[in-house]
Write a protein that binds this ligand. Structure first.
Ligand code: BEZ
Length: 255
């Protein structure tokens, strides 16, 4: 996550661990894109609470995680990981990495060219950048519901959105302008069972949208968002499936 984040989002590592385990669990395919890990120096960009970072370490790599959320860095350190509080635009390390990995973090960084440049500066020649993020159309139903409800309070949901969900063509062009050769990049529709209430999901991921509202109004606004989405995203058992779309890519620098 970067300094460009919109104000109002406070990551709570305990709530994230209890309610958002699906994020790391569903990160297996992008982890597979890294291939054999033993002996590699890897930067985990936006490591969050370190759930996936731990798996990369267990695969035999030397890993440093960075994140801009102090609570997440504290959680990573509690797992025994090497983790630093750092802005993704300002990456600075003693030695370059073999690969930079990122899962579910780049969409919080709304100045992608600066992040891509920082990644390139911190990779060896031939080094790889492998990642997955929210892509174009991600959580579209949720965004429409947020926009409808917030409009009643005079708030433009698109204006205050903290998210960057690019198309494959957009992100590919940015990677190439940043000096990368793109090996693969694709949007993947991935309806995601969240395993919690939508209220908990909104608390974890969409706080920024409600930031300007008083606590009482906030609850009413969230309830309206939930009511709008229930017929679309809540099944007959009460389980919620959110309309995730991921952008998965692998790129490398020239030798
Ligand atoms: C995520 O961090 O995975 C995420 C954030 C916002 C919307 C959807 C997913």
């Amino acid at each position: 996550m970067s300094a460009e984040e919109k104000p109002g989002h406070n990551w709570n590592a305990a709530a994230y661990a209890a309610q958002c385990g699906f994020v790391a669990d569903l990160g297996a395919p992008v982890l597979d894109l890294l291939g054999p890990l033993a002996g590699l120096d890897i930067l985990d960009l936006g490591c969050g609470d370190g759930a996936l970072t731990r798996k990369i370490v267990d695969g035999g790599a030397r890993v440093i995680g960075i994140d801009a959320a102090p609570d997440m860095i504290a959680a990573s350190l509690r797992r025994g990981l090497t983790a630093r509080l750092m802005d993704a635009e300002d990456l600075a390390f003693e030695r370059p990495f073999d690969a930079v990995f990122s899962n579910a973090a780049l969409h919080w960084m709304t100045r992608p060219d600066r992040v891509i440049a920082a990644v390139a500066r911190n990779l060896k020649r031939g080094g790889r950048f492998v990642g997955e993020m929210g892509g174009f159309g991600n959580v579209a139903a949720v965004r429409v519901a947020l926009n409808i409800v917030l409009a009643d309070y005079g708030i433009d949901g698109n204006e205050i959105s903290p998210w960057y969900f690019p198309t494959a063509a957009d992100y590919k062009a940015r990677l190439e302008r940043g000096g990368f050769i793109v090996d693969q990049i694709a949007l993947i529709g991935r309806p995601t069972p969240i395993g919690t209430s939508l209220a908990a999901w909104l608390d974890n991921f969409a706080q920024v949208f409600f930031h300007a509202l008083s606590p009482r109004v906030r609850v009413a606004a969230q309830d309206r968002v939930i009511d709008l989405l229930a017929p679309l995203l809540r099944d007959e058992t009460g389980a919620w499936t959110v309309d995730y779309v991921r952008l998965r890519f692998a790129a490398h620098l020239p030798e």
